[in-house]
Design a protein around this ligand. Structure first.
Ligand code: ADP
Length: 504
């Protein structure tokens, strides 16, 4: 823009000097100099009178419009203006102060040429003239059009993107696309524009949101996609993934935020998890049927046999048979009890009544319950307790049950004449109860499986058991937020350690 103007200024100065020269030296009019001035211009230059009749043009003007110089000198400047365009000719007051403009000029072949120009009123040889300087801006217009088209393409891309997109400046929403309007449950962009993005982000994620926005703004770096939650206009909460990039929006620094709705993904994940759980339940059920049917069938067939024998045997044999029957019935009773307990624990149908408890108080009733079993196998049981111990929060009945299963095993898997020790102690923020036996021990291969339902070690097959004792104990301890650890050496013995968090 400044080039035609500066040239026009120079041209005006030269014309002024030339005019003065001609007035002072009327006989020395120098047509060559006059033309030189015109031809020196890089722009198309027209000189026309107030009525619009062209009185002089330069070579550039001829090139620009495709007419010959002679043709142009026969024309009015108004003939060069396409129909509907602003007619410059005759608007003499326009040029009083020098006017800059952009317009179209008609080429001889009918093409319209975009030009940038400036004009000024001049006095030449005592006559009013208008000096017009025009520059072809076809290339610039083409570049501007391409830029506009590319901007429009990007605008449409963003507007119709399936991802919800917003632009905010200093947390104030300045742009939202269709997907975001829909995602937010808004009627139109107006429901969201000028709102603070912090009102849209769920309260739990506001701090993170502020930090990330600052990071984008201050470091000028994009923020990676992060799972967050947003609140829709109707108050419902959505799981989304948000990422942000710094941009310039309407000349100001801004943040472009892409919001991806994770609802379907989350639902699919939940569905997958439910399917997995369902499969797991079916597996457990199948395993249960396989194990339970075997464990139920064995005592039942023994009972059947003993009943048959009882019918056929002389009366003196009956006490022995009744003893065997009783043992099988007890075994069946234990199995059914354990099955119900396990099923209740699985279904979370067990109510735990947590109370502050001194675990040492459980030991006396526990050992009393096993006195006869211990005597029968001549196993020596000793207690070693730390006192006083911190309390633990426990359900006395269920914790007793877990300890009972472990002690029952210790007795079952320790040979006659062996030893069992029960120790209690406070370890950091926990209270631990250890059951140590000098029994058969557990092989490293068996150790990872002993808490599985119905798992019974090979060596345990000769003993009565359900294979559920340890899985029940583990479930109960976990319900107390505790842990069970096992250390064992084959032929030396095993140590079962239950640790529960203590109350401070
Ligand atoms: P079971 O009714 O068979 O005792 P549990 O679930 O209580 O079922 O124990 C699972 C398996 O762990 C047992 O069959 C046995 O092989 C092993 N086990 C548990 N406690 C001991 C122990 N104190 N000494 C040796 N082996 C043990």
């Amino acid at each position: 823009m400044w080039l035609p103007l500066s040239f026009l200024a120079l041209l005006l100065l030269l014309l002024f000097l030339f005019d003065r020269y001609c007035q002072n030296n009327p006989r020395k009019e120098n047509a060559t100099l006059y033309h030189l001035l015109f031809e020196a211009s890089n722009d198309a230059v027209f000189l026309h009178d107030i009525g619009g009749s062209i009185v002089e043009v330069n070579e550039r003007a001829v090139d620009l419009l495709g007419y010959t110089r002679e043709e142009l000198l026969q024309m009015s400047i108004a003939d060069l203006v396409p129909t509907g365009e602003l007619r410059l000719a005759g608007t003499s007051q326009w040029f009083d102060d020098g006017v800059r403009f952009e317009t179209l000029k008609k080429h001889k072949d009918g093409r319209l040429i975009p030009v940038e120009g400036s004009g000024r009123h001049v006095q030449m040889g005592g006559k009013n003239r208008i000096l017009l300087s025009l520059r072809d801006i076809t290339d610039r217009k083409k570049a501007e059009k391409q830029l506009r088209e590319s901007e429009e393409r990007y605008r449409r891309l963003v507007e119709y993107s399936p991802n919800a997109i917003a632009v905010h400046q200093e947390f104030k929403v300045v742009y939202v696309n269709r997907a975001l309007i829909q995602l937010m449950g808004a009627k139109s962009a107006d429901d969201l524009l000028q709102k603070s993005v912090l009102d849209i982000i769920h309260a739990d994620y506001r701090e993170v949101g502020i930090q990330r926005a600052r990071q984008i703004y201050e470091d000028g770096k994009p923020a990676e996609a992060l799972e967050e939650k947003i609140r829709r206009l109707d108050g419902t909460v959505l799981d989304v993934e948000i990422s942000g990039v710094p941009i310039t929006y309407q000349g100001q620094p801004a943040t472009l935020v892409v919001v991806r709705d994770l609802t379907h993904q989350k639902q699919a994940e939940k569905h997958r998890l439910e399917l997995m759980l369902e499969r797991e339940r079916i597996n457990v059920l199948q395993q249960f049927i396989a194990n339970a049917s075997h464990d139920l069938k064995t005592p039942l067939s023994t009972i059947k046999l003993q009943v048959f024998l009882a019918q056929k045997s002389p009366p003196e044999n009956l006490p022995k048979i009744i003893g065997k029957l009783e043992a099988q019935v007890l075994q069946l009773e234990k199995l059914v009890e354990d099955l119900f307990k396990m099923s209740d624990l699985d279904r979370n149908a067990v109510t735990f009544n947590f109370q502050p408890l001194q675990v040492n108080t459980l030991l006396k009733p526990l050992t009393d319950a096993y006195t006869s079993a211990l005597q029968e196998k001549t196993i020596t049981l000793t207690l070693q307790t730390d006192a006083p111990l911190p309390d633990v929060l426990a359900d006395q009945t269920h914790l007793y049950n877990a300890l009972s299963n472990i002690l029952n095993n210790a007795i079952a898997y320790t040979r006659g004449g062996g030893k069992i020790q029960i120790r209690t102690r406070a370890v950091q923020n926990q209270v631990c109860i250890e059951v140590l036996d000098s029994g058969i021990g557990i092989t490293p291969e068996e150790l990872p499986h002993i808490f599985e339902r119905f798992y019974r070690g090979d060596k345990a097959r000769s003993t009565r058991g359900t294979g559920l004792g340890l899985s029940i104990a583990l479930k109960i301890v976990e319900a107390h937020h505790g842990k069970i650890e096992v250390e064992s050496t084959v032929g030396v013995g095993s140590l079962f350690r239950i640790c529960l968090p203590s109350i401070h």
